[in-house]
Design a protein around this ligand. Structure first.
Ligand SMILES: [Zn+2]
Length: 363
C-alpha cells in the first residue's frame, strides 16, 4: 500500500519503533516463537535475525506462523479497527432520529465512555458530544432550508423542544434558530429605498413577496440593517423590479386600508408567525394590548413573548405591531421610535374619522 516500508531495513526500523502507521503495510514473523505480529505490537521486539516480513496475514499463516494474541494480528490492524468503530459510532449518531446520549452510544459499541471519547479525539479531533451537536446542527440547517417553520425543522432534526436547540445553537452560531433562518441562506433578495411620510424606508422582497420593510434615517443605516438581517442571502439592489412594490409599500404605510394587498413572505418562528398574523387582525385606527394579543392566539400568559415578537417584526406597519400598546393604553416601546408609533396611530385614527364622516355624508 504505502511505499515507505519497501525495504526490509525500513520495515525493521518500523518494528523497532512500534510504528502503528506501518500496520497497514506489512506484518512481521518471529521464527523462534512461531508468531506473527503487527509492527505496533507491544511485545518485546525479537532479534533481527529471527524476524521475517510479510505483506499479508495469509502469507504469514502460509509460512506456518500463528497470530499474536497481544496485537490481535488475526484481525485488521488496531488503527483500522478503531477507525471502523468511530465510523460505526458516527453512523449511529446520524441515524438517531432523536438525540443520542454518549453513554448509550458507548454501550451500544461495547466500550467505555472514556475509550469512545479518546477515539473521537484521536480520529475526529472532537468529543462525541461535540460531534452529536454538530450533526444535529447540520440536520437543522438542512431541515430549515426545506421546512416551512423553524419548529418543524427542529422536530425533524431530533430536538424535542426549541430550547434544546437554542442551547446548542448559542454555542455553535451565537444566535437562535429563527435568526439563523432569517439570515436568508439560499435566498435572492431584491431591495430598493423609498420615502414615506413617516420616514425613509427600505423594502426587500424574495420571489414570494415582501420580506422586510424597515424605517431608518439614512440609506447607509438601512443597508446595514438589511445586510445584518439577511447576511446569508444574495442581496441585490434593484430599483427597477422593486419600483411597484416600493410604491405599494409606501401606499400601505400611508393608507393602512391598502396594506392588505401587499404580498408578504415573512419568516419567523411558529410563535412569531402566529403573533404577526394576529396583529393583522387589529383594524387600522384601533389598538390592542399585549395581553389581548396573547389571549387572541390562545396563549394568555405569553404577553411578554408577544412583546418580543412585536419587537422582532420585520415588516414595519404592514404587520402593524405599532397597534399594540400597554394594557393602560400607554404606547410603551416601538422598534422604530415611540414618536413614530404615535404619528402612525394618529394618522390612522384621523383616516378612520374621515372615513366615518364620508360614509355619513353618502347616506
Ligand atoms: Zn503481536
Amino acid at each position: 500500500m504505502t511505499s515507505i516500508y519497501e525495504t526490509d531495513e525500513l520495515r525493521w526500523q518500523a518494528v523497532q519503533a512500534r510504528d502503528a502507521a506501518a500496520d497497514e503495510s506489512f506484518l512481521y514473523g518471529v521464527t523462534t516463537t512461531g508468531v506473527f505480529c503487527y509492527p505496533s505490537c507491544p511485545s518485546r521486539a525479537a532479534l533481527r535475525k529471527n524476524t521475517c516480513f510479510y505483506s499479508t496475514r495469509e502469507q504469514a499463516q502460509t509460512a506456518g506462523l500463528r497470530p499474536c494474541k497481544r496485537c490481535r494480528s488475526d484481525e485488521p490492524p488496531l488503527k483500522v479497527r478503531q477507525r471502523l468503530l468511530v465510523e460505526q459510532a458516527c453512523k449511529l449518531i446520524q441515524a438517531a432520529s432523536e438525540g443520542i446520549k454518549v453513554e448509550a452510544l458507548a454501550e451500544q459499541l461495547g466500550m467505555s465512555r472514556f475509550h469512545l471519547q479518546k477515539l473521537f479525539q484521536q480520529f475526529l479531533g472532537m468529543s462525541p458530544k461535540s460531534y452529536i451537536k454538530a450533526v444535529r446542527a447540520r440536520n437543522v440547517d438542512q431541515a430549515l432550508a426545506s421546512s416551512s417553520t423553524v419548529t418543524d425543522a427542529l422536530l425533524s432534526a431530533g430536538y424535542d423542544s426549541s430550547s434544546a436547540y437554542y442551547a446548542d445553537g448559542a454555542v455553535r452560531i451565537g444566535m437562535s434558530a429563527h435568526t439563523y433562518r432569517r439570515l436568508g441562506e439560499g435566498l435572492s433578495i431584491r431591495y430598493a429605498f423609498g420615502k414615506s411620510q413617516f420616514g425613509k424606508i427600505v423594502v426587500a422582497a424574495s420571489s414570494k413577496g415582501v420580506c422586510c420593510i424597515l424605517f431608518g434615517d439614512s440609506q447607509k443605516e438601512l443597508s446595514e440593517e438589511l445586510t445584518a438581517r439577511f447576511r446569508k442571502a444574495t442581496l441585490i439592489r434593484d430599483n427597477e423590479t422593486m419600483q411597484q412594490l416600493v410604491a405599494d409599500a409606501i401606499e400601505g404605510i400611508e393608507n393602512p386600508l391598502l396594506a392588505e394587498k401587499l404580498p408578504l413572505d415573512v419568516q419567523g418562528t411558529a410563535f412569531q408567525e402566529k403573533v404577526w398574523t394576529a396583529l393583522r387582525q387589529i383594524a387600522p385606527g384601533e389598538t390592542a394590548s399585549y395581553s389581548q394579543v396573547a389571549a387572541a392566539i390562545g396563549q394568555p400568559t405569553a404577553a411578554r413573548a408577544v412583546a418580543r415578537a412585536c419587537g422582532a417584526n420585520p415588516v414595519a406597519v404592514i404587520v402593524p405591531c405599532h397597534r399594540v400598546v400597554g394594557s393602560s393604553g400607554k404606547l410603551t416601546g416601538y422598534r422604530w421610535g415611540v414618536d413614530r408609533k404615535q404619528r402612525l396611530l394618529e394618522s390612522e385614527q384621523e383616516q378612520r374619522a374621515e372615513e366615518k364622516a364620508s360614509t355619513l355624508v353618502e347616506r
